[in-house]
Design a protein around this ligand. Structure first.
Ligand SMILES: [Cu+2]
Length: 286
């Protein structure tokens, strides 16, 4: 193939490469211009009540692995120099040291066990605890490629969601027999959460597996079609603008599947909710 390549062909392909690169750079620039507000080089700031424990675990693991990394490399470099080949010096054969082996196996085993127990405890705090009664219920249903969001109306209650009823016409799988759903309002790719108040999520999917992911909440949850996940909740501790990103490769438009998420004071949330005209009463619940 190389032999058949003419100079003009090479030029065309490098031009095409250049066009691709600039398109890629443009996409990146666009992504940067989005509402992401925190660092891309280190952890984004944490605004969720549960995030502190996640970060704590992250830093402990980073510290432990950092110490082990430095120790291992230090010993390796030291040995490389100390036991390098020198004329006239014979190599020493060793069968190891049992006591040392026991020590460096036991210590990491206990560290792993402690991390597993601690991590499990944090996990059950986040996902197995019943959400507080004053939590704002918000339904989020992923689809190719966007987020259907449903908020309760003045009654504070969401219509009952039934995974089996989720369809094109009824993205939330609303049970029409439930009057609580009549005053609900919906948005698309737009979420507003009140600060300092727990938010209980009802997550679902219309088509394929999506994932609810907000880095600043340290929150990730897969949404498998056929299920409604009602055990995920959070409490935002600070206001700001964030991105709800889909974190499960869900098709060709996956990259553009993000929602604008703002955390605002409770009063601002209420004003926003009031500004959303409730839809006329329909039997599909949309
Ligand atoms: Cu997705």
């Amino acid at each position: 193939m190389k032999l058949l390549e003419t100079p003009s062909m090479t030029r065309t392909s490098s031009l095409r490469g250049l066009a691709f690169l600039s398109a890629f750079a443009l996409t990146l620039a666009n992504a940067q211009a989005e509402i992401r507000e925190t660092s891309v080089w280190w952890l984004p700031r944490n605004v969720n009540m549960f995030g502190h424990d996640v970060d704590f675990l992250f830093y402990i693991i980073l510290f432990l692995t950092g110490v082990a990394f430095i120790g291992v490399f230090f010993a390796m470099i030291l040995f490389l120099i100390k036991y390098r080949y020198r004329p006239g010096v014979a190599a020493i054969h060793t069968h190891g040291n049992n006591a040392l082996e026991v020590v460096w196996t036991t210590i990491p085993a206990f560290i792993f066990l402690a991390l597993a127990i601690y991590g499990n405890e944090q996990w059950s705090k986040m996902r197995r605890q019943t959400p507080p009664a004053n939590a704002l219920p918000v339904a989020v249903v992923g689809e190719q490629f966007g987020w259907n969001v449903r908020y309760p109306g003045p009654d504070g209650k969401l219509g009952k969601m039934v995974a089996a009823k989720i369809s094109k016409e009824n993205p939330f799988g609303i049970d029409v027999a439930d009057p609580a759903g009549l005053d609900d309002f919906t948005t698309y790719n737009e979420l507003v959460f009140p600060v300092g108040r727990p938010v209980r999520l009802y997550l679902g999917s219309k088509d394929v597996i999506h994932a609810f992911y907000v880095p600043e909440f340290r929150l990730y949850q897969d949404m498998v079609p056929g299920r409604v996940y009602d055990f995920v909740w959070l409490k935002a501790e600070a206001t700001g603008n964030f991105q709800l990103a889909c974190n499960q490769l869900c098709g060709q438009g996956h990259y553009k599947m993000f929602g604008k998420l703002s955390v605002v004071p409770e009063l601002a949330y209420e004003a926003w909710a009031k500004s959303k005209t409730p839809p006329p009463v329909t039997m599909t619940g949309r």
